[in-house]
Every structure is written in structure tokens, then in C-alpha cells.
Design a protein around this ligand. Structure first.
Ligand code: GUN
Length: 294
């Protein structure tokens, strides 16, 4: 079997068209959705992501402002900025790019964001709402994974999904979302991680594998069954071209695994474009909620 390539780029494009319609509707009612992005420090990968978020906003007509703070910024200063953004009427979504420098307490910062503006879905209140199945902002990458599955014709309903990786940003929430008793979910979910024994025994019986381990080409063809669906969340820089462009590899050995899988996402062009798209969707949703509640 040779896999269908699931184009996150194409799926993201069609979702962005849907979002643009909603932005235009809001503007007609006098509301421009607004996103504030905060970056602390000079991590090159974070700089790339933050720039891409601003650009995506511009394309959709969403207002955005990016605050870049030096790496040595104190926690208090960052908390004050969040307080200001919480009170800012123009801003419907606040995103603090992770990871933060070591001297800043990440949990404290995420908890300072108004849960109604938490378009990343990282505030413990939203994490809790997600897990119990209440209405909330879903975290962007896990929500993007779910949309990729649904829109590529691989509904997770009744399927055995093996999530490899247990981070708060991807592994845990993707499992939480796909196990819900809801349309587009209803999966049987197993979470594996770096301490899992006999990982291959688990991955071999997966109908769907979500790879979010952060190790380049970790999942090999001999670890998966024929016909598996692969969503590769990994973004690992393995080098640079002579022109200085980043060479990226996923967590899955794409060339080997695509011979066995029924569908697979590439890196880049798979999950990546979906993350930003779901962020745009959450920002618009927040603006709609404000309109509804005003
Ligand atoms: N760092 C890596 N992924 C993300 C994300 O989705 N949101 C934020 N805020 N930081 C990240």
C-alpha cells in the first residue's frame, strides 16, 4: 500500500476561507477580531512561529499586535502586560509563546490570562472544560490534528488511536479531545511515552498514530501495521541547507512508513499550517462570543 498524503496546507486553506467569511461578518457588525501575541526572548523557532501568526492574521483581516520582550524580562513585568491585554477591548485572544525563559513560572503566566481570551486553550480552566467535554477553546495543535483526521476522511470514531508523547501542548490534550463522547471523536485512546515498555506492541495495533515525541524519524515502518493512518506532529530541525534554510524532519520516517500507511501527513505541510489556522478560528470565536454576550 502507498499512502495518501494528507495535505494540511490544502485543508488549512479551506478552513481559512470559512474563517474569512466569519471575519467579514463580524466587521459588518463593527467588530474586528484582535489577537495579541507575546514573545519573551530570542528563540529562533519561536520567532518564526510568532511571525507566521501575525502574517496569518493580516491575510484574514484580523487585527494583531506582537510584543517582543527581552529574555531577561521579569515575571512581574510579563504579568502586568497580560493584565493590560486582559482589559484591552480590541483584544479577543492572547497568546504567550512557549517555551518561556527558565526564570518565569509558566503555569503562573498561563493562569493570568483571562480564560475567555485564552485562544491557546492552555489555562487550567479551559483544560478542565475540554476534559469534561464542556464548551471551551480547544488547544490549536490537538484541534488541528482532529480536523485533519475528519476532513481527510479518517474519522477517529471507534478507532484505536495511539498517541506517542504526553506533553501538555500536544500529547495529553489530543488524547483528551479524541476520547470525548462527541462527533469527530469517540476513539479508543492509548497514550505512550518515553517510559513505555514494548512501544512497538502498542503502535503495531494502532489504527491511527499521532506522533508527538520530538525525535526525528523515530517511528519506523516495522513499528506500524499495514493501513495505519499517521499524523506526524514532529518538527525537528536536523540541519541547514547551504543557503541557511532549516531542514525539518517529523517524528515519523516518512519514506519508509508511507509504503505501509493508508494516509500520512508530511512535514512540513501537514500539522503545521493547521495549528495557526485553529488559532485564527479561536480568535474569531472569541470575538463572536463577545458580540453575543455584549
Ligand atoms: N509553542 C509550541 N506550540 C505552541 C502553541 O501552540 N502555543 C504557544 N503559545 N506556544 C507554543
Amino acid at each position: 500500500m502507498v499512502a495518501n498524503i494528507i495535505s494540511g496546507k490544502e485543508i488549512a486553506k479551506s478552513i481559512r476561507e470559512e474563517i474569512k467569511v466569519k471575519v467579514d461578518e463580524l466587521k459588518e457588525k463593527g467588530i474586528t477580531p484582535g489577537l495579541a501575541v507575546v514573545l519573551v526572548g530570542e528563540d529562533p523557532a519561536s520567532q518564526v512561529y510568532v511571525r507566521a501568526k501575525g502574517k496569518a492574521c493580516d491575510k484574514l483581516g484580523i487585527y494583531s499586535e506582537t510584543t517582543t520582550l527581552p529574555a531577561e524580562t521579569g515575571e512581574d513585568e510579563l504579568l502586568k502586560l497580560i493584565e493590560k491585554l486582559n482589559a484591552d477591548e480590541k483584544i479577543h485572544g492572547i497568546l504567550v509563546q512557549l517555551p518561556l525563559p527558565k526564570h518565569i513560572n509558566e503555569t503562573k503566566v498561563l493562569m493570568a490570562i483571562d480564560p475567555d481570551k485564552d485562544v491557546d486553550g492552555f489555562h487550567p480552566v479551559n483544560v478542565g472544560r475540554m476534559l469534561v467535554g464542556d464548551e471551551c477553546f480547544l488547544p490549536c495543535t490537538p484541534h488541528g490534528v482532529q480536523e485533519l483526521l475528519i476532513r481527510s476522511g479518517n474519522d477517529p470514531e471507534g478507532k484505536h488511536v495511539v498517541v506517542v508523547g504526553r506533553s501538555n501542548i500536544v500529547g495529553k490534550p489530543v488524547a483528551g479531545i479524541l476520547m470525548q463522547k462527541k462527533d469527530g471523536a469517540n476513539a479508543t485512546v492509548t497514550i505512550a511515552h518515553s517510559r513505555t515498555k514494548n512501544l512497538t506492541e502498542l503502535t503495531k495495533c494502532a489504527d491511527i498514530i499521532v506522533a508527538a515525541i520530538g525525535k526525528p524519524e523515530f517511528i519506523k515502518a516495522d513499528m506500524v501495521k499495514e493501513g495505519v493512518v499517521i499524523i506526524d506532529v514532529g518538527v525537528n530541525q536536523v540541519g541547514e541547507t547551504p543557503e541557511g534554510k532549516r531542514i525539518l524532519k517529523g517524528d515519523v520516517d516518512f519514506e519508509g512508513v508511507k509504503e505501509k500507511a493508508s494516509a500520512i501527513t508530511p512535514v512540513p505541510g501537514g500539522v503545521g499550517p493547521m495549528t495557526i489556522t485553529m488559532l485564527m478560528q479561536n480568535t474569531v470565536k472569541s470575538a463572536q462570543q463577545k458580540l453575543g454576550g455584549a
